[in-house]
Ligand binder design. Structure first.
Ligand SMILES: [Zn+2]
Ligand SMILES: [Zn+2]
Ligand SMILES: [Zn+2]
Length: 308
């Protein structure tokens, strides 16, 4: 199972419009950050996590030709407002066609219910409110995405979502978290190898409080967690995002082999954040042990590929 981080920046993206700070003008490509999104691939299954305003550019940049399902963490614009560009993937039984066929077959309408969009019942409501034109019966057709909103509220470690024809090869468990006073969902993606071992990637963006039950749920759902991708906005505290030290605290408790910061702002460069992590690692003895044993804690960057 492979996860490509297609965006690792905060809601403004980095560079920030009209900003000329050292990070926004950095020549290090790791300091250019699109809005947060990830692509999970296993076999012929292609799953998208969040569809922000940079989605069209990300789909072209990372050559996405097919999507089988989309997972939405929450309804903030930087995670949702590229939703209209899903329409290319919502035709012909929810699969985008090869580029040649797109031209020759003139975008045939899907015969199914549309591209599955998994999210909480709460976020489903926000999507309906914010994009009513997508769900109005008489407006359906080739010009709008055909989406099938599916609640994940009943899914948990005992009842994970099973994705793909090879039922259960990829399992997904939603992780309820708080993002200021907003509810959001992280997701744990697990892949069963040929010997039946369970390898997982936990993707926990946009949170400043992860309840104890949810920390336990990540561990229970994940088995061996090879990678943790976690919200770590900046050094200073924030009302709805983890700062670096809070992210390190959660990372220590979750205990993934590799931890990656995401949703990063322009306060520090990639290199400065890595230095900050290295300087503070000893305050988190559990994490320091993991790093000593070959693990890592680093800022993520756009285009980073994680395998589990
Ligand atoms: Zn965000
Ligand atoms: Zn800046
Ligand atoms: Zn948010």
């Amino acid at each position: 199972m492979k996860m490509t981080l297609m965006g690792t920046g905060t809601s403004h993206g980095v560079p920030v419009i009209a900003c000329s700070c050292p990070v926004c003008t950095s020549s290090d490509s790791r300091d250019t950050r699109l809005r947060c999104s990830a692509l999970v691939e296993e076999g012929n299954q292609h799953l998208l996590v969040d569809v922000g305003p940079d989605f069209r550019f990300q789909a072209l940049k990372f050559k996405i030709c097919r999507l089988d399902a989309v997972f939405i963490t929450h309804s903030h614009a930087d995670h949702l407002h590229g939703i209209d560009d899903l329409r290319i993937f919502s035709h012909k039984n929810s699969f985008a066609m090869s580029r040649d066929k797109v031209i020759s077959e003139k975008y045939p309408e899907t015969s199914g219910e549309g591209l599955p969009i998994y999210t909480s019942e709460r976020t489903k409501g926000y999507i309906h409110q914010r994009f009513p034109y997508i769900f109005v019966e008489h407006d359906k057709g080739g010009g709008i995405p055909k989406l099938h909103l599916i609640s994940v509220d009943e899914n948990n470690a005992e009842n994970p979502l099973a994705i793909g024809q090879d039922q259960g090869k990829i399992q997904v468990v939603p992780i309820p978290m708080m993002h200021g006073n907003h509810h959001t969902d992280g997701y744990v993606f697990s892949y069963f190898g040929q010997k039946g071992q369970k390898n997982s990637i936990a993707y926990l963006t946009d949170c400043n409080f992860i309840p104890d039950e949810s920390v336990e749920l990540v561990k229970k759902a994940g088995g061996h967690i090879e990678h943790l991708v976690i919200d770590a906005l900046r050094e200073r505290e924030h009302s709805s995002h983890c700062n670096f030290l809070q992210a390190l605290g959660y990372a220590e408790r979750i205990g993934a082999r590799h931890t990656w910061f995401t949703h990063i702002t322009h306060d520090m460069s990639h290199i400065q954040i890595q230095k900050y992590i290295d300087q503070h690692l000893q305050e988190f003895s559990g994490l320091a042990e993991i790093v000593k044993a070959g693990g890592s804690v680093s800022p993520a960057y756009d285009g980073l590929i994680l395998e589990a």
